[in-house]
Design a binder for this molecule. Structure first.
Ligand code: UDP
Length: 466
């Protein structure tokens, strides 16, 4: 008689902060189950796993050298260190992990702990043929909205629709998606806009995403009360077999122990916020990837100065500000350079607004805190997210778009002031209600809780006899 062993799941995150953060939380949830887990990492990304490994010490790590690529700067192992134009090359370079992973999985087959399934990021579609080669199932993990994921896959699936657009406003339609959205060429992800038929990297990146359609389904960082309209739509139309909407997944330890350097401590920020009235402060962040070009940073700084609003602005170290700005606004504005304790800031009672680039994690963190967003999408799926929040969900006000055009400082100051002082009431009560729905969804018996249980059951079914 063979011995029954818990299934051994190989977890493969994509090395970008916005992808790793929710993936680690999913891994933490899985570690609470009767599953054996191994997580794949490249050496310089290992510190990013420490919040997970300290909470879930039973998780094994498999460290593999980052594949060398003549097209990437040496030593770059995380997409935050790259411009969006190198994203395709980065995705492509990672696919060279296929071979060492194949060897490792094969080496496990004769052990007491053979690999039963792969759960990997949807930017690592090449893990699908890998899973097929060794005869195990693969589940894709999406750190984006279902809408954003559907738009990206639909674009790459239906190519070529419009690949050489010189007109940035050229409209692209999505009749297969509820609401039949239309996006302008410039609002589509660079991964699509940079596609060139026949170019090996373009073709590899496209194929990389198309493989996701072969997966057993997507574990998605979203939830029913927010994206029910896309989840209820016949999934075949979007080409996905199954979606488990398990979100919001959140940064482990509130994201504060992620090793990033901060110019002020979390407690200093909280104490500073304590002095302001409930819901009166605007928190500003463009996420972990985007750097606001200095002309835009100058205009935003001047607009904030003119608006008279209270704010906390978290920025990448390299952002440049107008001379003397920090001193002038010191009484009502705080600048954080480096890694800000975002989740804690959003949960502070004096913060009522979030000027955001609409990265999906930031969006979910704002919704969890019941906060209204002011949207300024910059790249990738952020335009799609922003449109959804403003036009479909009614949870945000549009502020600006993109990294090239520069708004006029007075116009920006006015939109900011108007949103915060005049127009907020209705949107604010919707945002608060959404915050309550988030809490309901993740608590026992809630929709995300049940979806996560359903996904865990899929994995537990893979129990092995050795
Ligand atoms: N984040 C943070 N402090 C910072 C910048 C970002 O804690 O100073 C976290 C933020 O809370 C979110 C993630 O990093 O969890 C950013 O992910 P998102 O999807 O919003 O945007 P991306 O960085 O991928 O553009």
């Amino acid at each position: 008689m063979g011995k029954r062993q818990p299934p051994h799941i190989l977890l493969i995150p994509f090395p970008a902060q916005g992808h790793i953060i929710p993936f680690l939380d999913l891994s933490r949830h899985l570690a609470l189950q009767n599953l054996s887990l191994t997580i794949v990492v490249t050496p310089s990304n290992l510190p990013l796993l420490s919040p997970l490994l300290s909470k879930s010490p039973s998780i094994q790590t498999l460290s593999l050298p980052f594949p060398s690529s003549p097209h990437l700067p040496p030593g770059v192992e995380n997409s935050k260190d790259l411009p969006p134009s190198s994203f395709g090359l980065f995705i492509h370079a990672l696919s060279s992990l296929h071979s060492p992973l194949l060897s490792w999985i094969t080496s496990q087959t004769q052990t007491q702990n053979p690999v039963s399934a792969i759960v990997s990021d949807f930017f690592l579609g090449w893990t699908q043929p890998l899973a097929e080669e060794v005869g195990i199932p693969r589940f894709a993990f999406s750190s984006s909205a279902v809408l954003g994921t559907a738009v990206l896959h639909s674009l790459l699936h239906r190519l070529p629709q419009r690949l050489d657009a010189t007109d940035d406003s050229y409209p692209i339609s999505f009749p297969g998606i509820p609401g039949s959205p239309i996006y302008l060429w410039r609002q589509l992800t660079f991964l699509y806009r940079s596609y060139r038929e026949g170019d090996p990297v373009s073709e590899a990146v496209r194929q990389n995403f198309l493989w996701n359609f072969e997966s057993l389904g997507f574990v998605s960082n979203t939830f029913k009360a927010l994206e029910g309209i896309y989840l209820e739509h016949p999934l075949e139309d979007l080409g996905f077999r199954k979606i488990w909407a398990v979100g919001p997944l959140t940064p482990i330890n509130g994201g504060t122990s992620r090793g990033g350097v901060m110019s002020v401590s979390a407690s200093q920020v909280m104490t500073w916020l304590d002095r302001f009235d409930e819901g009166s402060v605007v928190y500003i962040s463009f996420g972990s990837q985007a750097v606001l070009p200095s002309v835009q940073a100058t205009v935003l700084a001047t607009a904030l100065e003119k608006s008279g609003l209270h704010f906390v602005w978290a920025m990448r170290d390299s952002t440049t500000l107008p001379e003397g700005f920090e001193e002038r606004i010191a009484k009502r504005g705080m600048i954080i350079k480096g890694w800000a304790p975002q989740v804690a800031i959003l949960s502070h009672h004096s913060v009522g607004w979030f000027l955001t680039h609409c990265g999906w994690n930031s969006v979910l963190e704002a919704l969890t805190a019941g906060i209204v967003m002011l949207t300024w999408p910059m790249a990738s799926d952020q335009f799609v997210n922003a449109r959804f929040l403003v036009e479909v969900a009614g949870l945000a006000f549009p502020l600006w778009e993109g990294s090239s055009e520069v708004p006029h400082e007075d116009e920006l100051a006015n939109i900011l002031k108007e949103a915060v002082t005049l127009k907020g009431t209705e949107v604010r009560s919707r945002a608060k209600e959404m915050g309550r729905k988030v809490a309901e969804g993740v608590s026992e018996g809630g929709s995300s809780y049940q979806e996560l249980e359903g996904f865990v059951q899929e994995l537990l079914k893979l129990e092995v006899n050795v």
